[in-house]
Design a protein around this ligand. Structure first.
Ligand code: SF4
Ligand code: FE
Length: 489
C-alpha cells in the first residue's frame, strides 16, 4: 500500500535538499510557505488527498501493473482502455475541484510514453532501457512521486536545428559522456509544477537527425539536484495573493488553488547510467514525442472540461445574482457552454475508448482522435470564456477592491451600488465576479486559456498530426465509388 496523503506529500517536499529557486529577482528559501507558490502545492496535494478519500479512490487509485500494489493512478502504466477512460474522469474531477492546473499529469503522460519507447528501442538495438525504466516506475509508484515531464526546450532560433544554434545550450544536450553516466546542460521552459515535483523526467522536444545525437537524451533527475536552477514564471494578478486577510482572498478569486510554471536550468547535471532511458537513438525521438503528445492531448479532454464545469457553474450563479437567469438568451448561452464543454469530454473519452495495446503491454490512446481532442481544446475554451464574459457583465473587471468593502468610509457605497438581486450578499456577488476574473483573465486563465492553446503543443502541431494520420485516399475512394467514377489505372 503506497498511497500517500496530501500531508505526506508536503512532508516529502520538505525533505528535499535546498533548491535554487528565484522569483521576481529574489532567491526563495521556502517555496512551500511562499504565499504565491503554496497555492500550486495545494493543487497537487489534492491529487494525494482524493486518493485517500473513499468517495474518489475508485478513480484515483489502481493496482500497479508491475508489483500488484495499490497505487495512485498518477503513477500508473495504463493497462486497458478502461484505465485510459478513468484517467480522463480523474482529471475532470480534479479540474472541477481546483479550477486550475493541478500539474501532476505531465509526469504520468511522460512515464507512459517512455514506457513504450524504451521497449521499442530495446527491440531494435538490444539495449536495456526498458528494464531500467521499469525499475524507475516501481520507485515512482512506491514513493508516490510527482514527476515533472520535461519536454519543451527554449528553442532559440526556430528556423535552426538544435546543433545549428549559435548557443548550443538552447536544447538540453549531453556535454560529457563518462563510464557511469552523462552530464547534461540546457533548460526546459514553461515547466508545469516543476518546483513542486520530486523528479524531472527529461525527454527530447522534437524529432532529431543524426547530427543532433547529443540532443537525443531521455533521463531522470531528482528535482533537488544542486545543479538545477529554477526561475519561477509570473502569472497575471499573482501579487493579489500577497494581499492580506479576507479581502486578499476575495480579490484573488480562487484563494486556495493555483498552477505553476518555471524555467528549469540544468547547469551540468550528472545523470547515472541507471537513470538514462535513451541516449543517441535519434530515430526514436519522433516516437517518444508523438506518444507523449498524444497522451497529454487526451489529458486536456479531462482537466479543461473540469475547469469548464466551473465556468458554467459561475455563469449560472452570476446570472442568478444579477437577476438575468430567466432571460432566454442567457439560458441559451449556458446551454451553448455545456455543449462545447461536453464535446471536449467526448473527444477525451473517444480517444481513450479507441486506445490500443502497444508492444510494451501498456495502452496508448488513439493518436488521431487525441489530436482532434486537443485541436478542439485550442478553440472551445475561448468560446466558453467569451460566453462567460458576456453573461457576467463588465463589472468583473472594473469592480472596486474587497478592501473598499471593509473600509468603513466606503463600505456602505460598495455594498449599495454593487448589490444584485435581493437576498444575495454583495460580498458573495463580488466573490463570484472575482472567481470569473480569475478564470478568464487572471492566474487560472493561464491554465484554462493559454495552456489550452499552447500546452501539449500549439494548434499547428495537431494539424500536422491530423494531416499525417488521415487516409485521404480512402475517403476519395468512398466518394468516387458513390459517384460511379472509375479511376483509369
Ligand atoms: Fe494536468 Fe491539465 Fe495541467 Fe496538463 S494542463 S498538467 S493535463 S491539469
Ligand atoms: Fe499542460
Amino acid at each position: 500500500m503506497v498511497i500517500k496523503s496530501g500531508l505526506e506529500y508536503r512532508q516529502s517536499l520538505k525533505q528535499r535538499k535546498r533548491m535554487n529557486i528565484y522569483f521576481m529577482g529574489e532567491k526563495i528559501n521556502d517555496p512551500l510557505s511562499h504565499p504565491i507558490m503554496k497555492a500550486a502545492v495545494n493543487s497537487i496535494a489534492l491529487t494525494y488527498d482524493l486518493a485517500c478519500d473513499p468517495e474518489y479512490k475508485h478513480v484515483m487509485t489502481t493496482k500497479s501493473a508491475i508489483t500488484g500494489e495499490k497505487i495512485n493512478r498518477f503513477c500508473h502504466i495504463h493497462q486497458s482502455t478502461e484505465d485510459l477512460i478513468k484517467k480522463v474522469e480523474m482529471l475532470r474531477i480534479l479540474g472541477q475541484k481546483t479550477g486550475t492546473c493541478f500539474q501532476r499529469c505531465v509526469g504520468m503522460d511522460a512515464m507512459n510514453a517512455v514506457y513504450i519507447t524504451t521497449f521499442e528501442i530495446d527491440e531494435k538495438y538490444g539495449t536495456d532501457y526498458h528494464k531500467r525504466f521499469q525499475k524507475y516506475v516501481i520507485q515512482a509508484e512506491e514513493n508516490d512521486w510527482t514527476i515533472d515531464g520535461c519536454m519543451t526546450d527554449p528553442k532559440g532560433d526556430r528556423s535552426k536545428r538544435p546543433s545549428e544554434q549559435k548557443d548550443l545550450d538552447l536544447y538540453v544536450h549531453v556535454v560529457k559522456r563518462i563510464d557511469d553516466g552523462v552530464v547534461i546542460r540546457g533548460a526546459k521552459a514553461h515547466q508545469t509544477g516543476a518546483i513542486n515535483s520530486h523528479e524531472h523526467l527529461i525527454m527530447p522536444t522534437l524529432t532529431m537527425r543524426k547530427e543532433d545525437k547529443d540532443y537525443t537524451i531521455c533521463c531522470a533527475v531528482p528535482a533537488d539536484d544542486p545543479k538545477i536552477i529554477y526561475i519561477y514564471g509570473r502569472q497575471a494578478s499573482d501579487l493579489r495573493r500577497l494581499d492580506d486577510s479576507e479581502s486578499g482572498d476575495i480579490d484573488c478569486g480562487n484563494p486556495e488553488f493555483g498552477g505553476q510554471e518555471a524555467l528549469v536550468i540544468f547547469d551540468d547535471v550528472f545523470v547515472p547510467r541507471e537513470r538514462i532511458f535513451m541516449n543517441g537513438e535519434t530515430d526514436f525521438c519522433g516516437r517518444l514525442v508523438e506518444t507523449f503528445a498524444a497522451y497529454h492531448r487526451q489529458s486536456y479532454g479531462g482537466c479543461k472540461v473540469g475547469v469548464g464545469d466551473i465556468l458554467i457553474g459561475a455563469a449560472a450563479t452570476i446570472s442568478e445574482y444579477n437577476g438575468t437567469k430567466n432571460a432566454s438568451h442567457i439560458r441559451d448561452k449556458i446551454t451553448e457552454m455545456v455543449h462545447l464543454n461536453e464535446t471536449l469530454y467526448s473527444c477525451g473519452i473517444a480517444c481513450s475508448s479507441c486506445g490500443q495495446k502497444t508492444s510494451s503491454g501498456n495502452y496508448l490512446v488513439d493518436i488521431l482522435l487525441a489530436n482532434v481532442c486537443k485541436q478542439n481544446v485550442t478553440r472551445f475554451p475561448f468560446d466558453i470564456a467569451r460566453l462567460l464574459h458576456d453573461i457576467a457583465g463588465g463589472i468583473f473587471v472594473t469592480m472596486p477592491s474587497a478592501k473598499d468593502l471593509s473600509n468603513p468610509e466606503t463600505a456602505k457605497w460598495v455594498k449599495k451600488y454593487l448589490s444584485g438581486v435581493e437576498g444575495i450578499e454583495t460580498k458573495d456577488r463580488m466573490k463570484m465576479m472575482r472567481l470569473i476574473e480569475n478564470l478568464v483573465l487572471g492566474r487560472a486563465a493561464v491554465g484554462y486559456l493559454t495552456e489550452s492553446m499552447h500546452g501539449a503543443g500549439s494548434p499547428q502541431a495537431q494539424k500536422i498530426m491530423i494531416q499525417r494520420l488521415v487516409d485521404i485516399e480512402l475517403k476519395k475512394r468512398y466518394a468516387k465509388t458513390l459517384a460511379h467514377i472509375k479511376d483509369e489505372s
